[in-house]
Design a protein around this ligand. Structure first.
Ligand SMILES: NC(=O)C1=CN([C@@H]2O[C@H](COP(=O)(O)OP(=O)(O)OC[C@H]3O[C@@H](n4cnc5c(N)ncnc54)[C@H](OP(=O)(O)O)[C@@H]3O)[C@@H](O)[C@H]2O)C=CC1
Ligand SMILES: O=C(CO)COP(=O)(O)O
Length: 350
């Protein structure tokens, strides 16, 4: 696999970073790049929103009260945004990821690495995003996933955050981590792409479960029980797909699970809270007004679990509630009436 030459060899001038997706997370990561002195361009599909960002130095829709760095550039032209980039960071929602990857694939220059901070699967096929990326970019391009417990707002504010960058190409993971790492932003590295992607996607589904429980005022014991048994579901599915257990015990799994299941900045948790209080799905999603990945991801997680013959009761019930097939109260009854059993029936994470 070839390495990005400027990243590897340190050509003159700052590294050129193209962040694709001008929602809350893309904007926060572009701010982090600019903060680190990278020549950073933020691409968004909405020309009017991009023009406003340029003139007001604010992302009015997604991070309205934060001012953006002077050095950050904005563009609504995809080809122009990636033309000079040394590193491309895709941060669109998962439903848009395949189209964006395919759109930029013919534009890529030799040696330019591609990373993504999207959490989810390809809708419909349930493919992991690294599979979509490999298809689009081929084996000559270094690929990496950026994940971990990181609310966009807090990153944009410069509050301390730790993420992890996983790639089959260890030196590329290091390059991406170096590009993002800063005084308040710690970027760790790893080489378990599939485990890291699973953790980032699945925690969104489990955040709906804890949100529902909190919305129904079931108490703190219920929340802790759901987080722990949810982690068990993540670990079992992860083992089945060949991910490493330590990945899910770290930032990409447990870290993000705790953040999203307990932090009210989480859109997935807020969806669960609304459902638990009796609000209809469509109304709750519209009120949140941003991407809520779990709505799609719950289907893909269960598709994957079924392929591996796994019973994931919490994820399965979240999916049924999201399909409005059962109410949250029915889901609770079903969960509590499951047969009693050992915590680990056949080994640590089986
Ligand atoms: N926000 C966060 O704290 C974090 C988010 N993530 C992940 O990052 C990804 C992006 O989420 P986030 O930025 O929060 O989402 P937001 O809802 O904040 O923003 C979504 C952005 O994606 C754009 N978009 C939607 N569809 C398309 C499309 N087809 N083509 C191009 N752009 C499109 C939207 O544009 P428009 O406004 O024009 O609709 C908008 O700019 C998700 O997978 C999320 O799970 C990961 C870690 C943290
Ligand atoms: O992934 C996130 C934090 O790590 C953001 O979570 P939500 O998409 O639930 O807001």
């Amino acid at each position: 696999m070839s390495r990005a030459p400027r990243l590897a060899e340190g050509a003159a001038g700052p590294l050129r970073l193209a962040v694709l997706g001008a929602g809350s997370w893309g904007t926060a990561l572009a701010v982090q790049g600019a903060r680190n002195g990278l020549d950073t361009v933020l691409w968004g599909r909405d020309a009017a929103a991009i023009a406003t960002m340029r003139s007001e130095r604010r992302n009015v829709r997604y991070l309205p009260d934060l001012s953006l760095p002077q050095s950050l550039r904005y563009d609504d032209d995809l080809a122009r945004s990636v033309a000079d980039a040394d590193l491309v960071l895709i941060v669109v929602p998962s439903h848009a990821f395949p189209d964006i990857a395919r759109a930029i694939a013919p534009l890529k220059r030799a040696g330019v690495g591609v990373a993504w901070a999207t959490k989810g699967f390809e809708p419909g096929s349930g493919r992991f995003l690294h599979e979509v990326a490999q298809d689009a970019f081929g084996s000559e391009i270094s690929l990496a996933v950026v994940t971990g417990p990181s609310f966009a707002r807090e990153v944009a504010q410069g509050l301390p955050t730790a993420v992890t960058v996983h790639s089959d190409d260890e030196s590329f993971a290091q390059d991406v981590a170096d590009a993002l790492h800063g005084p308040t932003f710690r970027a760790y590295t790893g080489k378990d792409v599939v485990g890291a992607e699973l953790g980032g996607a699945m925690k969104n589904v489990l955040a709906v479960a804890t949100g529902i429980a909190d919305g129904m005022a079931l108490g703190l014991n219920a929340r802790a029980g759901l987080i722990t048994r949810g982690l068990n579901e993540m670990l079992r599915l992860n083992a089945a797909i060949g991910g490493r257990a330590e990945t899910l015990m770290g930032l990409a799994g447990l870290g993000d699970l705790v953040l999203t299941c307990t932090g009210d900045l989480s859109r997935n948790r807020r969806l669960g809270l609304a459902l638990g209080r009796g609000q209809p799905l469509r109304e709750a999603v519209a009120q949140i007004g941003q991407v809520v990945e779990s709505v799609q991801t719950a289907d893909e997680v269960m598709r994957l679990a079924e392929r591996h013959g796994l019973d994931l009761p919490i994820s399965a019930l979240v999916r049924r509630v999201l399909h409005e097939d059962i109410t949250p109260s029915d889901g609770l009854k079903l969960l509590l009436s499951r047969e009693q059993k050992p915590e680990y029936p056949s080994g640590l994470f089986d």
